[in-house]
Design a protein around this ligand. Structure first.
Ligand code: THU
Length: 132
């Protein structure tokens, strides 16, 4: 693993301690990496009106996109889960909007369990702008 890849994982794992999860107590962390190597950290942010909660992946993507970023090379998602965390369906759709189908996503759980998948593997037969 390169030094950069280790930093991406460390950034996603460090976000777990900053997640705002008073209701679910289920922290999720993310690290989105731009094509030129800039990193955007994401974490889940919940709300007393539960449905307004925002997932870690979407926090990272919205932070990056709102700063003008459009090209990404990697996403790491981390959770305190026995298996590598599984991104929710809504996040898969948002990931597919901004990341190319062959971009690799690293999913991390507790005890260093790790799984790598492409965006297309995470969301096969996705709805895209070509379907409009
Ligand atoms: N959550 C994420 O942040 N990302 C996912 O992909 C799965 C779910 C959050 C939403 C909520 O704050 C908590 O995990 C429990 O569902």
């Amino acid at each position: 693993m390169s030094k950069a890849q280790k930093q991406w994982i460390d950034t996603a794992v460090a976000a777990l301690d900053k997640a705002y999860v008073p209701y679910s107590k289920f922290p999720v962390g993310a690290c989105l990496v731009t094509e030129d190597g800039k990193i955007y950290q994401g974490l889940n942010i919940e709300n007393a009106s539960y449905g307004l909660s925002n997932c870690a992946e979407r926090t990272a993507i919205f932070k990056a996109v709102s700063e003008g970023e459009r090209n990404f090379q990697h996403l790491v998602v981390a959770g305190h889960t026995p298996n590598p965390i599984s991104p929710c369906g809504a996040c898969r759709q948002v990931i597919a909007e901004f990341c190319s189908p062959d971009m690799v996503v690293t999913l991390i759980g507790d005890n260093g369990v790790e799984k790598e998948m492409t965006v297309a593997e995470l969301l096969p037969y996705s709805f895209t702008d070509e379907d409009l």
